[in-house]
Design a protein around this ligand. Structure first.
Ligand SMILES: [Zn+2]
Length: 158
């Protein structure tokens, strides 16, 4: 009986911790997204509206949640990224510098396990998420459709 009580105690504690971590992640992602979107709103109110609706649609129509990993970028930041990887867009070409592109990760809970869709996931995984289909409604250009660069996290206003 003592052992059973101990086991239940450990399981309950683990469950509460798991719940707290989940809520913590949710709050962190919401604050992050709000901050990234408001930076975009400062330079381009139209993109702000489009990306806000795009994200709302994803979360309403699929079982995925969105984390914006990159929104508005300074020219300096874009220059650094170009140095790291020559396939990144030049400062003049990057839509991130103009506030007209976002990079997103997707995540969802599968029982106790959290699944992520990130840059290294395949085109097929991203297409199956339903997010690419939703992006066409807003006429967004998807980085997964680039011929010579795999960038499925990237969505930009044409
Ligand atoms: Zn991007």
């Amino acid at each position: 009986m003592k052992r059973l009580k101990l086991a239940i105690g450990i399981a309950a504690t683990a469950f509460v911790l798991w719940l707290l971590i989940g809520v913590g992640l949710w709050v962190k992602v919401k604050i992050n997204n709000w901050q990234k979107l408001s930076e975009i709103e400062d330079v381009d109110a139209n993109s702000y509206r489009v990306f806000s609706k795009f994200i709302d649609d994803i979360e309403a129509q699929t079982d995925w949640s969105v984390e914006i990993i990159s929104g508005l970028r300074s020219k300096e930041k874009q220059r650094e990224l170009l140095k790291e990887n020559a396939k990144n867009a030049s400062v003049d070409k990057s839509r991130h510098v103009k506030g007209r592109a976002i990079d997103i990760n997707l995540y969802k809970n599968n029982w106790l396990h959290r699944i992520w869709l990130k840059k290294f996931n395949s085109r097929r995984d991203w297409q199956n998420s339903g997010v690419v289909r939703i992006s066409t409604k807003y006429n967004l250009l998807w980085g997964g459709s680039y011929r010579n660069y795999h960038d499925p996290v990237h969505f930009e206003i044409r």
